[in-house]
Design a binder for this molecule. Structure first.
Ligand code: GLN
Length: 447
């Protein structure tokens, strides 16, 4: 039934890059067999799941929405895909995104522009825009996205679905095509908070193939998910509600916070300096790491190769020039510049210092409070094309999400209302490292 729906509806939404009907039916049959023989546990037996196209799938094309990887068929599954399959889930397709996850609108895809299901003239957010739009339009019951600076939370907010960026290290990055390795995390995008908690409990866990994977004891998120917010200590940073925030977003987030107060939460307004500094640090660190991570795409080992060359230098330069989009080139140039001799101390080193400061500022807040609440995006879903020509304006809209990645902490986007134009508004709930259970508990009270 999902394939039928994709066939009839996705022409409008454009959320999938690849739909894999045959492979999916084969996977489903295999899962049936394995469950019969008790080889697999089957907690997701037969559940169709769609995956962002930067997460490797064995035998299924994985493009990163780039021309560079147009024909790339990975010979292995990412750790998260292995885990889904172990539970009998069926991968039904690969979802559109900004090229190499760089962007906030999914307009940077080399293949298509995904539309926001609430208003198809507007963007679904990004970079996991395909994932959020597919879940919102019921083209998949749940999806995986990746979040380096907001790419799960912001599109979830724009599309009225739930999206969680887990603590750095909780979910294995093995098989995730890297953008900025020290910030990237895979997480669930779902229709409700229970599904997000359930999906996280399947994909999380230590993996020796990811050397930043954390070895921690597993938690049962469902033990406390329905406990409500009574007695929870909530911090609301005043800097998250200042200039630049859309009035309707502000009003909805603040009225939801009032509701939590009525439900028994202890809410206090606090001061956090991090917001704006974080944005600068984020764009330096993420671009620096991207410039290094994307060096592997050289036209020689795999990926796109130019037809236009005389020597090996031409192969590298022309393959990259012809197949990377403008935004990817921009990030590679920013990153290379920041890392170059003479500028390293002025940019990269300074940004790394800020990252540390941000982490300790969050730590300090979490000594006193269970969670921090704020908006996800300062703006409502914008019109397609509206910000495309102004990259800095697009970067500025990441102001509330990037700090979370720099600190490594978990955060969710949960719907908290609609604008007067019937556009979804999301609220962000953050917690200390590995305290996802607090996030789910509070998010469930908002839902
Ligand atoms: N919008 C941010 C960027 O363009 C975040 C991207 C992401 O989280 N992958 O870098």
């Amino acid at each position: 039934s999902y394939f039928d729906r994709i066939e009839s509806e996705d022409e409008k939404i454009q959320s999938y890059i690849t739909v894999c009907r045959e492979e999916a039916l084969k996977q489903a049959e295999e899962a049936d067999q394995k469950v019969k023989c008790k080889d697999i546990k089957g907690k997701l037996l037969g559940v169709p799941i769609a995956v962002k196209d930067n997460i490797c799938t064995d035998g299924i094309r994985t493009t990163c929405a780039s021309k560079m990887l147009e024909d790339f068929v990975p010979p292995y599954d990412a750790a998260v895909v292995e885990k889904l399959k172990e539970e009998g889930a069926v991968i039904i397709g690969k979802l559109n995104m900004d090229e190499f996850a760089m962007g906030s609108s999914t307009e940077n895809s080399a293949y298509k522009i995904t539309k926001n299901p609430f208003d198809i003239e507007r963007v679904p957010g990004g970079s996991s825009g395909g994932s959020a739009a597919a879940v919102a339009a019921c083209l998949a019951p749940a999806a995986l996205g990746s979040d380096t600076g907001g790419s799960i939370r912001q599109p979830s907010s724009f599309c009225g679905v739930v999206g969680l960026k887990p603590t750095y290290g909780l979910v294995s990055r093995y098989g995730l095509i890297a953008f900025a390795s020290s910030l990237d995390q895979i997480g669930p995008i779902t229709r409700n908070v229970d599904d997000a908690a359930f999906l996280l409990s399947i994909i999380e866990g230590y993996d020796e193939r990811d050397n930043t994977s954390a070895e921690i004891e597993r938690k049962d998120y469902f033990k406390t998910i329905n406990d409500g917010v009574k007695g929870m200590k909530i911090a609301v940073p005043k800097q998250f509600f200042e200039e630049g925030l859309d009035v309707e977003v502000k009003e909805k987030v603040l009225s939801t916070i009032d509701m939590l107060k009525e439900l028994g939460a202890e809410v206090e307004t606090i001061s956090m300096e991090v917001a704006e500094e974080g944005l600068s640090a984020y764009y330096i660190i993420s671009s620096a790491e991207a410039s290094s991570n994307l060096a592997r795409f050289d036209g020689i080992r795999y990926g796109y190769r130019t037809k236009n060359y005389e020597d090996v230098y031409d192969i590298m330069a022309n393959s990259r020039s012809e197949s990377f989009g403008d935004e990817v080139k921009r990030r590679i140039m920013i990153g290379t510049y920041c890392l170059s001799a003479g500028y390293y101390d002025a940019y990269y080193k300074k940004a790394m210092k800020l990252k540390k400061k941000i982490k300790s500022e969050f730590k300090k807040v979490f000594e006193k409070y269970d969670i921090i609440i704020g908006p996800v995006s300062p703006v409502l879903p914008f019109k397609i094309g509206e910000k495309k020509q102004n990259p800095v304006e697009m970067y500025l809209a990441d102001i509330y999400t990037v700090n979370v990645n720099l600190a490594g902490i978990p955060a969710i986007s949960v719907p908290c209302g609609m604008s007067s134009d019937e556009l979804p508004i999301g609220m962000q709930i953050m917690a200390d490292d590995f305290c996802e259970e607090k996030i789910f508990r509070a998010a469930k009270a908002v839902e």
